[in-house]
Every structure is written in C-alpha cells, then in structure tokens.
Design a protein around this ligand. Structure first.
Ligand SMILES: [Zn+2]
Length: 933
C-alpha cells in the first residue's frame, strides 16, 4: 500500500513541475564517441578522429589557447607576429622548408597551410594533406611538433617579416577597422579586450626587440595550453602512438604563468556611443544588449540546447516585429542579430537603417521595440508563428552540417578545447533541438526573455559620416528619450496576420499540342499558346524543384534610350503588387509556402528563376501566371523609389567612388550603363512606362521556354503548365531586333594614377590586368589557371617575402564570352605609396619572364597536384540539370565542366606558348589609387 502511495506522490510532483519542461535539462548531452582524446604527462591535449570526407586526406591542427589578449603593452601585435614567424623556420624545417616540402605534395601555402590569431586563440593548420604515404603523415606531425615550441625566431627573419606585417596592417587600415575599434571601446569599456586588436601597433611592429617577441613566445607556447588535432582518413590508434612518441619528450612548463580569462564589464546605465569617420558612408543606429553565454558546466548539458532554441525563438519573434514596422516609422529596415564579443559574453543587436540622416527617429524605433518586448513579452500567437520558422532554420543547419567534412570536425574540436563547447554531433544536436522545440510554452519564453533582453548592459550606438555628426543627439537627449519610452504606456504588440496570395481567375486547362519523351526521359511539351516546356524528373536538389523560364531578349532587345529605365524597372519588380501582396507580405507568403520566384534581365535574356516543392507546386504556378499577366504598381511606391534614387544621386561622392567610376569608363570602350542614371531619367519613371517595359520583357508567356527539374511526376507538371501557362496570352509581340549590349573591354595600354583626397588611410591600391583574345575553351581556361597559380607563387616570393612590400598579392582570372571571347589575368595588392612604382616593375618583369623563359616543370607539377586534390570534392557536388540546360540554351559555356581532364596534360612548354599568346597582345590596364599626401 505504502509503495503505491509513494508512486502517486511522485507522479503528482512531476505533473506539478514547471510546464512542459524539456526532459532532464541538466542531463548531459551525448558526445561524439569516435573522437579519441587524451592528455600527455606534459599537459598537451590531443584529439584524433577518423573520417572519410574526403578520402585519403587529413587535417593536422595545433590550437594554442592563447592570443593577443595576453600581450603586454610593449607586445601589442606580437601574438600575430609570432604566428607569421612559424612559417619562417623551425627546428626541423629551417627557412621556408615547411612551405617548400608541402608544396611538393600538393599542399598549398595560403589555402592549405595557414593560421589565424584572435584575441583568445592562435590556431595553425595543415589542411587537405594526402595520407597516402607515411612520410607525409610524419612530416605533418613533425610540423605540429615544431609549432608547439621549436620555432626558430632568427633575428634576420624577424626583421624581414616586419615589412609584411606593416603591409598587412596597412591593408586592413580602412574606415571599417577604425569604426570597429571605436565600437570595441564602447562594448568593452576599460577592458583588456578594448586595448587589443590582434594586428597591433605599427610602432611596436617596427621597433620591438627580438627578446620581447621571444618572451611572449616562451611564456605562452607551452604544452598545457596546446592541443594537437588530427582528423581524416587515418588509423586512430596509429596516430595516437605517433603523437605520444613525438610529443611526449616536450618538457612540461616550469612555473607556468596563469592564463587569465578577461571579462567584459557590465553597465547599469545605457552606454551612448558615436562612431564617425571621414571615409565612412553609411548611417545606422544600433541597440546592443550584452548577455552571458550559458556557464561551462551547463554547456555539457541539455541546458545548452534549451538556451539555443530559446534564443532563436526570441530572435525570430523580434525579427517578425521588425519586418512589420509601420510604414511611417522612419527606418528603411531594422535588422536583429545575435553575436558574441568574448567567450563568455554574447550580444543581441537591432540595427536600424534610418531614412536619410534621421538617426534619432531610428533610435526611437529600436528602443521602443526593445521596451515593448521587455514590458509585455510575447504572445502565444507570435510563438505559434515563430516555431515553424525556427524549425526550418534548425533543419537547414542540420542539412548543411550533416555532410561532415574533416574541417567541420576540427572546428568543433577546437571549440571544445578553447571554450568547452560540447563535442556533440550534428545529428544529436538536431534531435535534441527538435525535441526541445516541441515542448516550449509561451510562459517559458517569457521567463527566458529578460535573460536576453536585459534591462541593463545596453548600448545605443550611432554611426555616420563625420560631416553629419552635428546632427547626432547628445548623451543627455538619448538617455532622456530612452527613459520616456520606458515609462510610457507602450501598448502590447498586435501580431499582423500573414496574407495569402489571391488568385481569382477561373482557368480551364488547354491540352498541350505535343509531347516528346527523349531517351533519357526528358519530357518536352509544346503548349497551346506556343510556349515550350522541358521537364526532367530528378532528385539532386533534395525536395526542391527548380524552374527557369527564359526568353531571348534582355538588354539586347531594349532600345538604347530605355536602357537605364529598364534597369530601374528590373529593380522595381520587387515592389510590384501581385495577387494582392506587397513586398513584405510577398516575402512572408513565399517563405511560408516554400516558393521563390524572381524576374531578371541580363544582356541577352529575360528570365524567371524559382524554386518550389511538390506540395507548393500549384502556388508557384499561380504566382508565375500572375507575374506574366496581372500585377499592379502603387503610385506611392514609385514616388518613394524615385525620391530615394534622387537623394542618393545628390549625395556628394568621395574619392573612392570617383576613382571607381573613372576606372569603369577607362576599362570599357562600350558600356551600356556608363555613368549613373541622371535625375531627369529618374523623373521619367512612371506607372505607364515601367509597365510598358515590363510587359514587353515579361508578359510574353508564349515566347518563353520553361525548364523544370526535380522530384515531381511529369503528369503533374504537365497539368500545371496546361492550366497556368497555356491559358496565357502575350501582351507584346516578339522582338526580332537584337543588338550586342555586353560591355567591350578597351584594348591597348590604359592607365590611371588617381590621388584620393581627404583620406585617413595611407595605402596605395594597385590593380593591373593583361587581357587578350583566346579561344573560349576549357583547355585554355585550365592553362590560365595554372599560370595564375604560378604567378601568385612568384609574386608572393618577390613582392611579399623579398621586398616586404605587401601582405598579399592577388592574382586572378577573368573570362568573358560575349560579345568576343576574352581572357584576363589580373594582379592586385595594397602597398606603401612610396613602393608602388618599384613593385609595378616587378609585376611586369615576372610577366616578361614567363613569356621569354617560360615556367619550370616543378612549378607545373605542384599546381597539378594541388588542383587534382580538388577533383574528388568536385565530384560530390551534384550538378543541377535545369541550370545546366538553361546555360546551354543561353549559349553560356561553363569552362569548369571537364577541367579535371586537362590537369595531367598541361606541360611547361604549352604554358609558355599560352602566356605568349595572351601577353603579346599588349592589352595592359593599370589602375592605381593612392592618398594625395
Ligand atoms: Zn597575418
């Protein structure tokens, strides 16, 4: 008897527990059992995991749980400097041997061999390393061994690297970095985080003593703060033995310094901040709220999942409110986002983009929405709308993470080592999140919300160009209106119901005129109105069905005088009212119905592109039908678009914009959109002429070819076409006049040295291209790729390593198919204005060397090995039938198709010939932008 009573009592207790609690929140999350991890006696941690995505390849990482935050003032920037030095000589790999050795096995510096330094961690990687030979595996482990504590730090190498770092500093020294730094002072007031920015101080970089760098190195690079990570197609036991053998002899640190964790201070009163810069252009008003991550012990439990789901729900509900702000709210948009500012602290931000420079109005909008949430929380109705949206996010995250590449595992492992994130698999995470989402109640959400939308820890930040800072409110004014909003009787939020597409036509299907089924089961139907439909059942895009509708035309069928207006019209289509839905409602309806559809215009074709699912097929066809026959335009929307465009036109242009415009004018001998749209052209836009242009391009359903592929039955697609396409008629007759409108690249020697005015930055940007007519084939494309890799390698040596003249030399390839085939190889870098001419000569010399002396067999082989590694991965990318067919109908040749067939065949002799063919055409363009002083 007693026993039963007891049981009943427990049941009642459980029933009385807080509603719908996600089962055992404090129970641990399951960890990935396939990860082998352990610690050596000297304190070094290791992680090993077998994975075959891709096969015969592995990642070798060493994570140092230290970063710029630990620097002393005289070491500002040296955590990052040290990271560079790891590639300039170690005990077993003197000088540049790490790079030289790995390039011989197809592992490239920059892409496969790299490292990053952040405030809290420094992580080195050898990626995509072939595991076919034991020798390569041992070499990779030996590099990690050397990076753990055997970096040479030779005096002359340190001095040589100062230039590279100085140029890396210069490259990043733009308005974005200055504004980012300014925002850090606001986010981390008085904290160590505000003092460090990784790249550091050039005065330190230029002058630090060798000892200062070595002090940082010996203090912080030590086994108890390091983890070696190997993930890939390897034998776990074997690697574990090798790691034990190789790393155990590293001595344990004696009297190690404490690795401090720095906190971000809380603030009771809102921090009001202003970020302005003479070179910035944007206007924004942001409210930022800081709140802590779940604690380390909680991270190992389901509390972590609960917290993630809650955060997503709150963000989604606030996003829904922001998307539906009243039309007169004086913001162009309000965008919520979550982020992190340290391992322990994260942020919730709403960024409002004001109309014009009305930043105070924008600030009031975001403050009001935050206060409304704080005061009333969310309603059940809002939660009901948010849950499916969050479910969709969780599903799409899972789909992305499911196909676990080696690098995905490594990232999770590094997070486990540096910030105690659990080693949970994407499957488990997905399972737990879905389970958690099912049981969540409005009460739980409203209990969680104040933890995120906190009453304290707030910042209000205004960003605008310096000249406009006079319009900013004072701190006192801000605090005053913030308090007023808080104390006011803010009404509860009234959720706006989603509207649905109205389709009032009563259509009777008209049978197709013909049906042809090809051998590969491609269906082609000729519809009654003349339209052609091509469909193939396929499954390469999951549930998605793709649709393209294309028609020859585009700008080639547009009168010269209508070109700019046509472009205005194309952009304006997003504001058409279709089936009773305006832009915002349309976006919501499309998302809720898994439908997307968009008209666009290119140089030779008019096009609709869309996706849908089997379930949403009818909705897509209704939408397409309306897009081709019935739409309306609100006079007010046109007026608003016009005013906005005119306002933008009236804005004073800075040096960078004038430079860009000038470059464009020089670059092309014909460019249909040269110059901005003029105010008088904007004034021309009216419902009448926008409709006229739209009708000619898009309300011509019989002239389109419809291409569809995906998991649907041919009979279903046919029936939909017969109902929604065959019944449409054209509003405009076909065009027969087509004119080439593609931009034509100017020939010969073109150059521009532009001096920018009123700039804070001290960098010169160099761009040069060599172009020429070359047959538009995959083989030539592959040759160009080989040349690009070889040139990049050479420039990194001559310009970066030898001259210390830049941080990075970009060498790129461009191809143009129409109106004439053209290949273009470009070189770009940022540098000290004083060096630009000297470096330009090096650029030219190398081009001449390639044409006269050619390239070496060794260079060709290294590129070949590197490119061949990518072939396996390329195979796993499923090509999309509809897109391929569309491109072939449009006559667009995809040069990457079948490129792997040429990798083995390219010889140094052929490359020399190719270089001669391209560079001897003497089409050279040089654009240099440098500050005036
Ligand atoms: Zn760097």
């Amino acid at each position: 008897m007693k026993k039963i009573k007891l049981l009943l009592a427990v049941l009642i207790l459980l029933g009385a527990a807080p509603a719908g609690l996600f089962s055992q929140q404090m129970s641990p999350v399951p960890v990935d059992a396939a990860v082998r991890y352990g610690k050596l006696d000297n304190g070094l941690t290791y992680y090993i995991r077998h994975n075959e995505q891709p096969k015969q390849r592995a990642e070798f990482f060493i994570a140092q749980n230290v970063g710029a935050i630990l620097e002393n003032d005289d070491q500002n920037g040296l955590a990052h400097f040290l990271e560079h030095m790891a590639f300039n000589g170690t005990k077993n790999f003197p000088d540049k041997r790490i790079i030289e050795y790995f390039e011989t096995v197809g592992v490239k510096f920059g892409t496969n061999i790299n490292a990053y330094t952040s405030l809290d961690e420094t992580v080195y990687n050898l990626s995509d390393v072939p595991t076919s030979r034991e020798g390569i595996i041992d070499s990779a482990l030996l590099v990690l061994h050397d990076w753990s504590g055997f970096i040479t730090l030779a005096d002359k190498e340190i001095d040589a690297e100062r230039g590279v770092i100085r140029e890396e500093w210069r490259t990043g020294a733009g308005p974005e970095r200055r504004m980012w730094k300014a925002s850090n002072y606001l986010k981390y007031p008085g904290s160590q985080y505000a003092k460090r920015d990784v790249i550091g101080d050039t005065a330190v970089i230029n002058n630090f003593s060798y000892k200062t760098l070595r002090d940082y190195y010996h203090k912080w690079y030590r086994p108890d703060l390091q983890a070696v990570v190997v993930v890939g197609d390897i034998d776990v036991n074997d690697i574990e033995n090798r790691i034990k053998k190789m790393f155990s002899s590293i001595p344990k640190a004696k009297n190690p310094a404490k690795r401090e964790s720095y906190s971000v201070p809380d603030n009771a009163e809102p921090i009001i901040g202003y970020i302005t810069d003479p070179e910035s252009k944007g206007y924004s008003t942001r409210i930022v709220i800081k709140y802590p991550f779940v604690s380390t012990p909680e991270k190992q439990t389901k509390q972590l999942i609960y917290d993630e789901v809650m955060q997503n729900l709150v963000s989604e509900m606030i996003k829904n409110r922001c998307d539906r702000l009243p039309a007169d709210s004086m913001v162009k948009a309000a965008i919520p986002a979550t982020g992190a500012i340290s391992y322990a602290m994260r942020t919730f931000t709403i960024t409002a983009l004001p109309i014009g420079n009305r930043m105070v109005d924008a600030a009031k909008v975001v403050v009001t929405e935050i206060e409304r949430v704080a005061k009333h929380g969310f309603s059940k109705e809002e939660l009901t709308i948010a849950i499916p949206a969050v479910k969709k996010q969780i599903e799409s995250n899972y789909r992305r993470a499911k196909d676990q590449k080696n690098e995905d595992y490594v990232n999770r492992i590094v997070e486990h080592f540096t910030r105690n994130e659990p080693l949970i698999s994407p499957e488990e995470r997905y399972k737990l999140q879905t389970e958690c989402l099912k049981s969540i109640t409005t009460e739980q959400v409203n209990e969680f919300t104040p933890k995120m939308i906190r009453a304290d820890n707030r910042l209000l930040i205004f960003a605008c160009p310096q000249k406009d800072s006079i319009n900013l409110p004072t701190k006192e004014e801000c605090l005053k209106f913030m308090k007023e909003i808080k104390d006011s009787d803010l009404p509860k939020y009234e959720p706006i119901k989603n509207k649905t597409l109205q389709f009032e036509k009563n259509l009777t299907p008209i049978a197709a005129k013909s049906e042809v089924i090809s051998k590969d089961t491609t269906y082609t139907w000729q519809l009654a109105n003349g339209a052609k439909v091509i469909f193939k059942k396929s499954g390469e895009q999951g549930d998605n069905i793709k649709l393209y509708a294309i028609k020859k035309g585009g700008y080639s069928a547009t009168d010269e005088k209508d070109l700019k207006l046509t472009r205005f019209m194309e952009r304006f289509t997003s504001q058409f009212i279709i089936g009773g839905l305006k832009k915002q409602d349309m976006t919501k309806w499309c998302a809720a119905n898994n439908v997307s559809l968009k008209p666009s215009i290119d140089y030779r074709f008019d096009e609709f592109s869309g996706t849908f699912t089997k379930k949403s097929a009818e909705n897509l066809f209704k939408l397409l039908n309306l897009y081709m026959s019935e739409y309306s335009i609100d006079e007010k929307d046109i007026a608003y678009s016009k005013t906005q465009t005119l306002k933008e036109l009236a804005m004073p242009t800075g040096s960078h914009e004038i430079y860009k415009d000038t470059c464009q004018k020089l670059e092309y001998s014909y460019y249909p959109f040269s110059g901005k749209i003029t105010p008088s052209e904007v004034e021309l836009a009216s419902i009448t002429n926008i409709s006229k242009l739209y009708d000619a391009h898009f309300c011509t359903p019989s002239q389109f070819t419809y291409i569809l592929s995906g998991p649907a039955e041919p009979s279903e697609i046919k029936a939909l076409c017969e109902k929604y396409i065959a019944t449409l008629s054209d509003k405009s007759a076909p065009t027969s006049q087509f004119k080439d409108r593609e931009p034509v690249v100017r020939k010969g020697e073109v150059s521009l040295f532009y001096k920018g005015k009123n700039l804070k930055s001290s960098k010169a940007s160099f761009y040069r291209s060599y172009s020429g007519k070359v047959e538009y084939t995959t083989e030539n494309y592959v040759k160009a790729r080989f040349l690009v890799y070889i040139l990049r390698e050479r420039y990194m040596k001559s310009i970066r390593e030898e001259k210390g003249g830049t941080y990075h030399v970009g060498v790129g390839i461009g191809t143009i198919q129409y109106p004439q085939p053209l290949f273009r190889i470009s070189v770009d870098f940022d540098t000290d204005p004083k060096l630009v001419q000297e470096l330009a000569e090096i650029v030219q010399k190398e081009i001449e060397k390639v044409t006269t002396e050619g390239v070496s067999d060794k260079e060709v082989k290294e590129v070949m090995l590197y490119l061949k590694k990518g072939v396996e991965e390329k195979k796993s990318i499923k090509r999309d039938w509809a897109t391929d067919l569309k491109n072939s109908i449009k006559g667009n040749v995809d040069l990457t198709i079948g490129e792997e067939n040429y990798f083995d065949k390219i010889t140094s002799k052929e490359l020399k010939k190719f270089a001669q063919q391209l560079f001897s055409q003497k089409n050279r363009m040089t654009f240099i932008f440098a500050p005036e002083n």
